[in-house]
Design a protein around this ligand. Structure first.
Ligand SMILES: [Zn+2]
Length: 167
């Protein structure tokens, strides 16, 4: 999807992907406990046998297109639901299971605080990461998921993210 960027006036081909490789809570674990207390893979994380997280996709429809922008985020699940997810990790047909409640456990720096927003987690088939449905609130991220985001807003965000990562 090529577009002329209103922020830098260059033509971009699509939007850079953004994904977090661990839940925010990981950073609260003391250094000396990381090895003993944290289990972490590309898709799941357990901290101290008490806190259960999975990686998921938070999609925002891009207004005027058939496409979405997908944030790679983490959500918490209850222990029971985490193990349901794990038991079905390699099962092709699993979208009929759930949805399950989860707290958003990733900070998206280009938004006001996104930690612990309420979500529902929808399993998807054929190895796709689950889809996150945010609770219907007036948080800008929730509004963007519900109403969509413009190409201009999204490209401005991508430039801000790039600056945040450089800082
Ligand atoms: Zn640009």
């Amino acid at each position: 999807m090529k577009y002329l960027c209103a922020t830098c006036n260059a033509e971009h081909d699509g939007f850079p992907s953004w994904g977090s490789d661990r839940p925010a809570a990981y950073w609260d674990v003391p250094q000396e406990k990381l090895e003993s207390d944290v289990f972490l893979t590309s898709d799941s994380c357990v901290i101290a046998d008490r806190f259960f997280f999975i990686r998921a996709c938070l999609d925002l429809p891009i207004i005027g297109t058939d496409e979405s922008y997908s944030w790679g985020v983490w959500v918490s699940l209850s222990e029971t639901n985490f193990f349901i997810w794990q038991d079905n990790y390699e099962v092709a047909e699993r979208s009929h299971i759930g949805p399950f409640f989860g707290w958003l456990c990733s900070s998206l720096s280009v938004y006001p605080d996104t930690l612990h927003m309420k979500t529902m987690v929808h399993f998807r088939n054929h190895g796709q990461r689950p889809l996150i449905e945010l609770d219907d609130t007036d948080h800008p991220l929730s509004i963007h998921q519900r109403a969509g985001i413009t190409i201009e807003e999204l490209s401005a965000m991508m430039h801000r993210l790039e600056e945040d990562n450089r800082a």
